[in-house]
Write a protein that binds this ligand. Structure first.
Ligand code: ADE
Length: 245
């Protein structure tokens, strides 16, 4: 997958390139990440990318021209057609289903806004979609774009060590994750649930499903409203609730 990021702060993407799962995916060429700085596509001596807002008010607004020039260069750099996405708190809120849809594309073009925002005419003419990573305001779209790069990278084939890890993620089946344990078996009297030591894989799977259902019911009940629970899941959840009392 190829990912082009339009940003005034390309250094903010260094850690994705240098570290962890994304770093390895990039080194192994499973992800091609390229940054583009609108400042390199300016015509004036000061390399201006922003100006004061018409109508007054605080802050600065990113101008159409440098961004449009940058996007033209991005488009010309590869024959793979792609939607242009703007990172913005006004966008559709990202969830795992959206991440999976983005991960299946061949190419992403992500624009990071800065300052008070971007001239609306650029959005009207050159932006195809807007994504928010949550209902809070960041000082720029860079962290949001980094979130998308990370989340889509780990879904690419052979990026995670064990391909099942992505399938077992929280949310990949609409539920929160079940609890995990590792050695030692006993931490100051706090023991690992017995079933996990039983070697009975069917019982372990059932326990994990029950915990995932129970936690989702406790912490994010609205996620369950979106699902159609099987008879078996309903029984597991009833069991979980029953165990609480
Ligand atoms: N830019 C500023 N805040 C943002 C958010 N919550 N999501 C995406 N881009 C942003």
């Amino acid at each position: 997958m190829r990912i082009d990021v339009v940003t005034l702060f390309p250094d903010e993407f260094r850690q994705l390139v240098d570290l962890g799962v994304t770093g390895r995916a990039i080194r192994e060429d499973k992800i091609q990440l390229q940054t583009w700085n609108p400042r390199d596509y300016t015509a004036d001596r000061h390399r201006s990318v922003d100006d004061r807002p018409y109508g007054g008010g605080p802050g600065m607004v990113m101008m159409v021209e440098p961004l449009a020039e940058t996007l033209e260069a991005v488009a010309e750099d590869s024959s793979i057609a792609a939607k242009v996405a703007l990172m913005s708190p006004q966008g559709k809120v990202l969830d795992q289903a959206a991440v999976e849809a983005l991960a299946s594309r061949q190419r992403l073009i992500l624009i990071c806004g800065r300052y008070e925002g971007i001239d609306e005419r650029l959005i009207d003419t050159l932006v195809d979609e807007e994504w928010s990573i949550g209902d809070y305001v960041l000082s720029g779209g860079e962290l949001a774009a980094a979130v998308i790069v990370d989340a889509v990278s780990r879904l690419q084939a052979d990026v995670l060590g064990d391909n099942r890890s992505a399938e077992q993620d929280s949310f990949s089946h609409g539920l929160l994750d079940y609890p995990h344990y590792t050695r030692p078996e006993d931490v100051a009297g706090d023991k690992v649930p017995k079933v996990l030591l039983s070697g009975d894989h069917a019982a372990i799977e059932k326990w994990r499903r029950k915990q995932a259902l129970g936690r989702t019911w406790q912490r994010r009940p609205e996620l369950l409203d979106k699902m159609e629970l099987s008879k078996q899941d309903q029984a597991l959840l009833a069991d979980f609730i029953n165990d609480l009392t």
